[in-house]
Design a protein around this ligand. Structure first.
Ligand SMILES: [Zn+2]
Length: 93
């Protein structure tokens, strides 16, 4: 009887580990698929170091520097983008 309970607990632990591994793999894949084709991360680091106000890219949600990012005036309001790809996407929307 005790052995059976122990086996049940071991099974639960195995499931917990399995779920953890699956969630980690899922997260990893999500990051790979979500990242845009343009090499954006390296540019973002440079932008943050160069200073200036940070504005949110409305397309991908990345914060970009106003001094070195692409921008576009929409209805009298300046909108900032992290990449040409995001600017073009915004145009289409
Ligand atoms: Zn963007």
């Amino acid at each position: 009887m005790f052995k059976l309970a122990f086996r049940f607990l071991a099974l639960l632990a195995a499931f917990a580990v399995l779920r953890y591994v699956i969630s980690m793999v899922w997260k990893l894949f999500g990051e790979v698929f979500r990242s845009p084709k343009a090499p954006v991360p390296a540019r973002q680091n440079v932008d943050i170091q160069s200073g200036g106000d940070l504005k949110k890219d409305p397309v991908c949600g990345t914060f970009v520097s106003t001094t070195s990012s692409l921008n576009k005036t929409v209805n009298g309001e300046v909108v900032y983008f992290c990449s040409i790809a995001c600017r073009d996407k915004f145009k289409m929307a």
